[in-house]
Design a protein around this ligand. Structure first.
Ligand code: AMP
Length: 359
């Protein structure tokens, strides 16, 4: 057993969005302080953390200050510059390990890493020109999804091809911004699920039940637990998470998104080396939320029991959905969580709620 961070220790969090906010609340509940590193002034996490370093994520002075004041540093988004994480890690433990960031930031590296762990994914080819795309589409029978390798999220930077010809592929590379791309074969999935799992410093792993996810306009809409999958599929999904956590010598919570095929087998789509939107239901339907689980892991505390006490559906509040707040608050067995964002822009995640079903 590793010794836990003493009470009152400070945990650094790179990134100041809603995930950082919820992590800082969980840290406070366990008796820890938090410092956020986030260039944006009035960010959701700054409202709940003890301190806010207002600086770019790769600002050398800010990183030195963060390392000096924190016993451990974590992050709430996967596009933290890897060099910054490595520089920090030389001075203070950074969890999850920077290698997990590296694996998650580039879709080709991610799939290559997963395949090397014997985890199945969609077939894929690198695309750095229209010629690469034409060859890839030919190999995949004219069907595929073209994605940017880096910095894509919530379905941004993607183009779908169905029964495509070489003519359809013309100019696609430039239209996607002339950046490194990946073409993935089109997966005929029956449903999308995710597993939220955690690994402690001493290698203990706990996984929550898989959630079934529905997206709208490329953004997560609902996560339903239990997912409509067999026990064997749920176990296969958990096993994928366990392999990734062990393979990366991981510490903290990870989100693993998977496709479920008609035969019940799973393909891994994406990993998020952080707490994940599709795990927000855990704050309402489990004794230990994914946020507390992550803080426990990075602080060297024993992991909590991930079992859920209720079935539930989590729904995101996007943009003007926040106007539903009064009606939602009137519902019994509904847990609402808002992120403290003043302006409700279209497509902006403003909060979420979880309806629990006590059966
Ligand atoms: P991603 O950004 O990789 O999470 O993709 C966004 C969404 O596009 C996923 O949640 C799926 O609904 C869909 N999608 C992504 N990749 C594939 C694929 N290879 N085959 C079929 N659908 C996909």
């Amino acid at each position: 057993m590793t010794s836990p961070l003493p009470l009152g220790s400070t945990i650094g969090i790179v990134g100041g969005g809603q995930l950082g906010r919820m992590l800082s609340i969980a840290a406070a509940r366990l008796g820890y302080r938090t410092i956020i590193l986030e260039p944006q002034d009035d960010c959701p996490a700054a409202q709940t953390a003890n301190e806010h370093l207002v600086a770019p994520y790769d600002d050398a002075d800010a990183l030195v200050a963060l390392a000096k004041d924190c016993a451990v540093v974590t992050y709430e988004f996967e596009n933290v510059p890897v060099e910054a994480a490595i520089a920090l890690n030389a001075k203070v433990p950074v969890f999850p390990p920077p290698a997990a960031l590296e694996a998650a930031q580039d879709r080709v590296t991610e799939k290559t890493t997963l395949n090397a762990m014997d985890i199945a994914t969609a077939k894929f080819v690198k695309v750095d020109s229209d010629e690469d795309l034409i060859a890839g589409l030919e190999a995949f029978g004219g069907n595929g999804i073209l994605k940017t390798r880096r910095l894509g999220y919530d379905g941004k930077g993607q183009r779908l091809f169905r029964n495509a010809t070489a003519e359809d592929a013309k100019d696609a590379y430039v239209a996607m911004g002339s950046v490194p791309l990946i073409l993935e074969s089109l997966v005929p999935f029956e449903r999308e699920i995710s597993v939220i799992a955690a690994r402690s410093k001493d290698g203990h792993v706990e996984a929550y039940d898989p959630a079934e996810n529905v997206h709208r306009n490329g953004i997560l809409h609902t996560s339903t637990v239990p997912a409509s999958i067999s026990d064997a599929t749920a176990e296969a999904a958990r096993e994928v998470a366990r392999k990734i956590l062990a393979g990366l010598d991981y510490v903290g919570v990870i989100g693993v998104e998977l496709f479920v095929l008609p035969d019940g087998s799973v393909l891994a789509n994406e990993i998020a080396p952080r707490v994940h939107n599709s795990g927000h239901w855990t704050e309402a339907a489990c004794a230990i939320s994914q946020f507390e689980q992550h803080i426990r892991a990075v602080a060297g505390l024993p992991l909590g029991d991930p079992r859920r006490h209720s079935d539930c559906v989590m729904e995101n509040l996007i943009g003007d959905d926040i106007l539903r707040t009064p009606q939602l608050l009137a519902e019994p067995d509904l847990v609402l969580h808002l992120y403290g964002k003043a302006e409700a822009r279209p497509g902006r995640k403003m909060g979420h709620f979880t309806r629990i079903n006590r059966g």
